[in-house]
Write a protein that binds this ligand. Structure first.
Ligand SMILES: Nc1ncnc2c1ncn2[C@@H]1O[C@H](COP(=O)(O)OP(=O)(O)O)[C@@H](O)[C@H]1O
Ligand SMILES: [Mg+2]
Length: 255
């Protein structure tokens, strides 16, 4: 078998469409299908949220590592992320939180403006460094197209484009796909239409040449969990988001 390459699954789309919830549900489903696999969840969105969705206490972040490197290494500010992180490899492992069959790391929320393109180059190296150590990596991406454009997602093998049923949302994922076709070395790509209740309207949903992996209806359990501050990780199996995550994994050939 040649199939020992790690699977790097990234979730992208516009803001507020369900990327974080679906990323967390995918982690939950992978953990239940593959209890022995090494699974890593990465919160790559500076708006943060994946830790809450997974029920994790946020620890220090990739941005914290970046800052401490800059403070402690001569020329830390000008040297390349790849060089600095190679040396600080152990710190990345120290920063990961392990829980319930998976590990977690977040990029963090850089305070100063202009910092984010730097953290993106660190993130790219972290994905590279860690993907060899894990069987499955699930990345909850930043809203929009920036991380695809900056080649942060270059090594992603499975790209999941989440949209709401709106025209705007489906246009955004088609734009992301066009850019990703040149800049991401994906094996599988697909769309998820989230929060669609009236399937009689599904004919209007045009994702162009992106295959639809799953239609997910409004999830009553998730809405209730949201209000109570409970994590996606504890959603019951019959929740539409969990059923959707299973469908996604099956349809991108990870089952
Ligand atoms: N299928 C769904 N049913 C009910 N609520 C949902 C569903 N998908 C997402 N939500 C809710 O919508 C909000 C935004 O979702 P989130 O996953 O944070 O989106 P994103 O990460 O794309 O910004 C959250 O409050 C989430 O709980
Ligand atoms: Mg999010």
């Amino acid at each position: 078998m040649v199939e020992n390459k790690s699977k790097i699954i990234a979730v992208a789309g516009k803001g507020g469409v369900g990327k974080t919830s679906i990323s967390a549900a995918i982690v939950k489903v992978l953990v239940s299908y593959y209890p022995k696999a090494k699974i890593l969840a990465i919160d790559a969105d500076p708006a943060v949220g994946l830790s809450t969705a997974l029920g994790i206490e946020p620890a220090s972040t990739i941005d914290d590592i970046r800052k401490s490197i800059i403070e402690n290494v001569e020329d830390g500010n000008t040297r390349e992320a790849i060089e600095l992180l190679g040396e600080a490899r152990y710190r990345i492992f120290d920063t990961m939180v392990e829980k319930d069959g998976f590990a977690f790391i977040a990029v963090g929320r850089p305070e100063s403006a202009g910092c984010y393109c730097k953290i993106n180059s660190y993130l790219k190296e972290v994905i590279s460094l860690l993907s060899n150590e894990f069987d499955y990596v699930v990345i909850d991406g930043e809203a929009g197209i920036e991380q695809i454009n900056r080649r942060v997602m270059e090594k992603v093998t499975h790209l999941i484009l989440v949209t709401d049923p709106s025209k705007k949302g489906t246009q955004v994922i088609q734009t992301i796909k066009k850019v990703a076709d040149n800049l991401v070395m994906y094996d599988e790509i697909g769309a998820v239409v989230n929060r669609i209740n009236d399937m009689s309207l599904s004919d209007y949903i045009d994702t162009g040449n992106i295959p639809i992996l799953s239609y997910i209806s409004e999830d009553k359990n998730l809405a209730a969990f949201d209000i109570q501050g409970k994590s996606v990780f504890n959603l019951p199996e019959d929740s539409s988001v969990i059923i959707g995550a299973k469908e996604i994994i099956k349809n991108i050939n990870l089952l």
